[in-house]
Design a protein around this ligand. Structure first.
Ligand SMILES: C[S@@+](CC[C@H](N)C(=O)[O-])C[C@H]1O[C@@H](n2cnc3c(N)ncnc32)[C@H](O)[C@@H]1O
Length: 273
């Protein structure tokens, strides 16, 4: 499923749900991030971003910085940069080394052309007005600065969607059950270039395909369960579906020794051109 119903789109972008539940701490984000340790090839995403910022000097802002994975790495690799982390969820900022501030991507507390590098990683799909956020990214970056965005493809982790629908169908007794929510569908790797092209003369897409292979259900189940903030959007009892998915997965791994998940994420490097 690549598009969201209006109700699901509203839930993916609802500030109260994002700040008060989904990202009130880094528990669920960390569960999603940690699944990638079983991916081949293994991409060092903070390293790729640091590399793409190698020509950038001065100020860099990470918009929607979450638990600070990128800010922390840049602090180590690029002590010369002046870094600022921004996020709408105060709770998730608690563990991020400062300076950090609570701020909305559609209303950045930054002057025009005042930063040399801007990151907006896996976050634009949460913004209700995506074109407005893209205009903000473009407004604050200097004329020759870089804006680095990331998201997932509509095809990312299709096997998890299949597993969810089978588990949901078993719970409901209906065969194939309703699809789970997709967070990135509103701003997928396929949709992102058109949004970004409205403001940036150059948009380079770097695709990062891979395969996650697990021999134990738990990392996959923890990833599925990390959508608990949107449990009410699933038209099926959420916990019961997670339990059923765990049983299906355990059976499949016992039979085939492994479960594979096909991944496609990507980074878009934008310049005003
Ligand atoms: C999936 S996490 C990504 C975190 C981090 N950028 C990363 O890639 O690891 C999305 C983050 O964007 C934040 N966010 C969502 N909507 C936002 C908005 N309108 N302005 C600023 N941050 C936002 C969330 O609170 C969350 O921390």
């Amino acid at each position: 499923m690549t598009d969201l119903s209006a109700a699901r789109a509203a839930a993916v972008t609802d500030r109260g749900r994002l700040a008060g539940s989904a990202y009130s701490s880094d528990r669920d984000l960390a569960a999603r991030q940690s699944l990638y340790q079983w991916q081949t090839p293994r991409y060092d995403l903070p390293g790729i971003v640091a590399d793409r910022l190698s020509g950038v000097r001065g100020r860099v802002v990470d918009v929607g910085c979450g638990n600070g994975k990128f800010v922390q790495r840049l602090r180590e690799d690029r002590p010369d940069l002046s870094l600022l982390g921004l996020d709408i969820a105060p709770g998730i900022l608690a563990g991020v080394p400062g300076p950090v501030a609570v701020a909305d991507a559609t209303r950045l507390p930054l002057a025009d052309e005042s930063v040399d590098g801007v990151l907006a990683l896996h976050m634009l799909y949460h913004v209700p007005d995506i074109p407005r956020a893209v205009r903000e990214l473009s407004r604050v970056v200097t004329r020759d600065g870089s804006v680095i965005v990331s998201t997932n493809s509509d095809r990312d982790k299709g096997e998890l969607d299949g597993l969810w629908r089978r588990a949901a169908g078993d719970v409901l007794g209906t065969g194939r059950g309703p699809a789970r929510i997709s967070l990135s569908a509103r701003f997928s790797l396929e949709k992102a270039p058109a949004y970004l092209g409205e403001e940036f003369g150059q948009v380079e897409t770097i695709e990062l395909p891979g395969t996650i292979t697990v021999h134990d259900p738990e990392p996959v189940i923890a990833h599925m369960a990390s959508y608990r903030a949107w449990a009410d959007q699933h038209d099926v009892p959420f916990e019961a579906t997670i339990d059923r998915a765990r049983a299906i997965l355990a059976e499949r791994i016992a039979r085939h020794r492994a479960f594979e998940v096909t991944c496609l994420g990507g980074i878009l490097v934008c310049r005003r051109g």
